[in-house]
Each structure stands twice: as C-alpha cells, then as structure tokens.
Design a protein around this ligand. Structure first.
Ligand code: ZN
Ligand code: ZN
Length: 258
C-alpha cells in the first residue's frame, strides 16, 4: 500500500500550520527565539519567510522560453515557449511537464535532506520555493497522482516524498490526490548512472494502476520530486493512459539541467 508511514496526520497538521498559521505563530516565537535559515543558518527577521532572501534568490527558477511539451529551458530567448526538436521527433506520453527550479543548490540540498535524511522540517522552505512561481492551477475534474515508491523503499524512508510534495503543491486539494492508485509493483535499482535504454529497461513493468476507474477519462497531474531524463514520469504516464486517463500533466519540484 502506498501510504505514508510517517503518520499522515502529522504531515497534514504540519502543512496546515504552514499555510494558515505560519506567519503569525512564527512572529510570536521569533521574538524569543530568532529562527535561522535552514540553508545558511543566518538569523531571520520575525514572521517572514523560512528561507532567507539571499538563499531564496539563489534558487535557479526554470524560466521561459520552455519547450511547451517537455518543459526544458530553451536557449533561444526570442521565440517564446514552443515545442523542442526532440519532442517534435518523438512526443512523450505526457502532454506537458513543468518544474519549479533547476536541481542545484540550495534546492538540491533541501530535497536531499528531505529524501535521504528524512528531514520533513525542510518542507516549509520548499513551500517558499514553490511560492516563487504563480500557483499551479488544478481544474476541479483533474486528479493528482504522486509517483509511487516500492513498498520496501517506503518502509525504509517512512514517507513518499512525491506524495508529500503533492500536498505541498496543492494544500487545499488534498482530497484530489489519488494515493493507492498508481503503485510500484517491483523493486528497481536507482536510475542514477544508467543510460537511456537501461533506464527504460529498469522501469519496464515497474508500475501498475490498481484502480483504473479512478483515472478513467480524467486529466492526471503526476507529481514527482525531480525530473531527470523523464523516463520515470514517461513510464508512469504510459500506465495511466493505458488505464484510461485522458492525458497526463507532469509537475516536479526540480529538474536536472541537461
Ligand atoms: Zn539562507
Ligand atoms: Zn521538449
């Protein structure tokens, strides 16, 4: 079962506090105990953001012009968003992919702490990063699907970072998140260091849709932490489309520069 092992109530409470209470609660606490930026350790002014302004400015946002399909930054700054040559030659199974920032410091460090050190305390800082861009709009009929972890990895980590990020992206639409729907049915080795063919082979038949009726005739917003080559989200998209989804939009917090 694709479920948080860190109690979901704890994460939900944390997120609610983050959205609704954070500023005035922190304002009171900061008078007594000045908060420090989780990246550089600088003391923060009371009641403000979680990351200090210089660290926030260090986040390299992904900016137009983008490929209107795969979402990568395009070098030509005069033409506006358009479909890149690669997507023209071979359309990915998803209709669009978008990311917030490039996978580099300080965003990469924060994500690493979340994933590998289980530091859920970095979530408010990640929310600050998400807030750098206009909010991602979710249509009422759309559903959110996090890229799942395999059961043993989930047990080891205690939570699925993609699910936690889905809640962070859409804090008021948690009821639109389909949790046990897309599942990882076999263990796969980490994709890092594999070439394109090996990546696809590694993920072949790794995912399955357990409740196709939940995705049928819907647009799915597929959420993951990092977009590297797109192999994982492509494989997930194929499974969702095969299960009857109309289309898949991909949303990741970070994206590895090519
Ligand atoms: Zn800082
Ligand atoms: Zn493209």
């Amino acid at each position: 079962m694709e479920k948080d092992l860190v109690p979901a109530a704890y994460l939900d409470r944390m997120l609610s506090e983050l959205i609704f209470l954070r500023k005035w609660l922190r304002g009171a606490v900061d008078l007594l105990f000045p908060a420090a930026c989780p990246v550089c350790g600088t003391n923060l002014p009371p009641g403000g953001q979680i990351l200090c302004s210089p660290c926030l400015q260090d986040v390299a946002l992904i900016r137009s012009p983008l490929c209107s399909v795969c979402g990568r930054e395009l070098p030509d700054s005069t033409a506006g968003d358009h479909c890149c040559g690669r997507c023209l030659r071979k359309s990915p199974p998803y209709i669009s992919a978008r990311g917030v920032g490039h996978y580099q410091s300080p965003l990469s460090g924060l994500l690493h702490r979340l994933k590998y050190q289980g530091e859920t305390s970095v979530l408010p800082a990640l929310r600050d990063v998400i807030d750098l861009l206009p909010p991602f709009v979710l249509q009422e009929e759309e559903r959110i699907v996090p890229v799942p972890l395999y059961a043993s990895r989930l047990r080891q980590r205690g939570f699925n970072q993609a699910l936690v990020l889905a809640k962070l992206f859409f804090p008021t639409r948690k009821d639109h998140i389909l949790v046990d729907t897309l599942v990882r049915v076999r263990h796969t080795i980490p994709q890092t260091g594999l070439d394109g063919i090996a990546r696809r082979k590694n993920l072949h038949q790794a995912f399955s849709v357990r409740f196709p009726e939940r995705v049928r005739r819907r647009t799915i917003v597929l959420v993951d932490d990092v977009f590297t080559t797109g192999t994982t989200v492509s494989e997930c998209s194929r499974m969702l489309l095969r299960a009857g989804a109309d289309e898949v939009r991909v949303l990741t917090l970070a994206r590895v520069r090519e």
